[in-house]
Design a protein around this ligand. Structure first.
Ligand SMILES: Cc1cc2nc3c(=O)[nH]c(=O)nc-3n(C[C@H](O)[C@H](O)[C@H](O)COP(=O)(O)OP(=O)(O)OC[C@H]3O[C@@H](n4cnc5c(N)ncnc54)[C@H](O)[C@@H]3O)c2cc1C
Length: 362
């Protein structure tokens, strides 16, 4: 296994359960990858960004709840528009608060029957009209991606942008939603309980001869440009930086765990208060807020450009894997597949990968 994030840890756990001897190589000095919880005076925060577990996949939910105790948590997001705090996704019933409501109302009445999927901007405008798009989405997206929303694919908006009229305030509609009472480390560490794990060990394709025997399957959860030492060029990623602040005299700072900040004068995109995930802490003094600043080169979000340049480079790397005959190589997880996936999808990929190995390499 290359990588001890949620994907690598789950593959390792499943294979170990089936009697395989698994070795995990992790470049960082800690396990867990992008999913990480820290605590300050008993208050949780997530230095790599907020992680809410939500899924409709019963097998995945059963697996995570076997390894960590999850408390029920329905995730809510608000958006700050000048002095207004609106629900996100936007709810039609709240829009009349906005000074622009007469114009917005007219635009909503004139929306096309089907969204225009030419690019991200056309999609959003055909979903909610120009005024709401300009107020809530255009600047946020420009900050988030560092590029004109017209150059982004409409797929970025799909499943992320909607205009609701059902008063459902939770961001997700999945059957299972929660947050691990003791943070995510417990989950990942429990998955790796019986696995030999080498920390501080970055692996590229040139290391395989030293660390594997011929024929041993290798699962790659690292980015493929890293695996190939960027031989074909670097894949483009958009990263975020979290700036955390402890507020000793505040119990709760904002109305929901996440507040979106669409104003261009505010350099961060979101303010996150993880404490919302654990209701039993809500009356404890002290909270931690994290401001999410976009614009680093960290490998957080693959960039879905509307010319598909990045996907094409990813395919070139994937084709290279098929030329490696000494070991069967499989990819799984968000980095190696160059796709934004949620934790439950990462675990689903890991379960399928482990199943594939048990079937093909008994
Ligand atoms: C800002 C942000 C917020 C998110 N919020 C949510 C959320 O609320 N809910 C949700 O379900 N999902 C969320 N996600 C997605 C979630 O983070 C991923 O689904 C999950 O991290 C995938 O795990 P992974 O193991 O595939 O990748 P990672 O967690 O990145 O793990 C990969 C591991 O491989 C290691 N590695 C990399 N290169 C090498 C190498 N060359 N050699 C050895 N090791 C290497 C890394 O150090 C890392 O430990 C969010 C993602 C982002 C970016």
């Amino acid at each position: 296994m290359i990588g001890a994030g949620l994907t690598g840890a789950t593959v390792a756990s499943e294979l170990t359960r089936h009697g395989y001897r698994v070795r995990v190589y992790e470049q960082a000095d800690v396990v867990g990858g992008h999913v990480r919880t820290e605590w300050l005076r008993g208050i949780p925060y997530e230095p790599h960004g907020a992680h809410i577990f939500h899924t409709d996949d019963t097998e995945v939910w059963n697996l995570v709840t076997r390894h960590a105790r999850f408390l029920p948590y329905e995730h809510r997001v608000t958006i700050r528009v000048r002095t207004h705090q609106l629900s996100w996704p936007l709810q039609r019933s709240e829009l009349h608060q906005l000074e622009e409501w007469p114009l917005i109302e007219k635009e909503l009445a004139a929306l096309p029957p089907e969204p225009d999927r030419t690019n991200f901007e056309t999609y959003c405008r055909s979903l909610m009209g120009r005024t709401l798009y300009d107020l809530c989405i255009r600047n946020y997206t420009t900050k988030q991606w560092g590029r004109d929303p017209e150059t982004l694919s409409a797929s970025v908006a799909h499943n992320r942008v909607e205009l609701r009229d059902d008063d459902h305030r939770g961001l997700f509609r999945d059957r299972y939603q929660g947050w691990p009472e003791n943070g995510y480390a417990e989950l990942v560490e429990s998955l790796l309980d019986h696995t030999e794990t080498h920390l501080g060990t970055p692996i590229t394709h040139t290391d395989l001869n030293d660390i594997t025997r011929p024929g041993e399957p290798v699962v790659i959860t690292s980015a493929l440009d890293d695996f190939y030492n960027t031989e074909e060029g670097p894949l483009e990623w958009r990263g975020v930086r979290l700036e955390s602040q402890y507020l000793p005299h505040t119990t709760l700072h904002q109305p929901s765990m996440v507040t979106n900040e669409p104003d261009l004068d505010t350099p961060w995109t979101r303010t996150i208060e993880t404490k919302w995930a654990l209701p039993h802490l809500h009356h404890t003094p002290g909270t931690i807020i994290m401001r999410e600043h976009p614009g680093t080169t960290a490998k957080h979000y693959p960039v879905p450009d509307n010319t598909n340049t990045n996907k094409t480079l990813q395919t070139i790397y994937e084709n290279k894997l098929t030329t490696h005959t000494r070991n069967p190589l499989t990819t799984a997880g968000r980095l190696a597949t160059y796709r934004y996936i949620n934790m439950d999808q990462a675990i689903r990929q890991a379960l399928d990968t482990a199943h594939h190995i048990t079937q093909n390499h008994p």
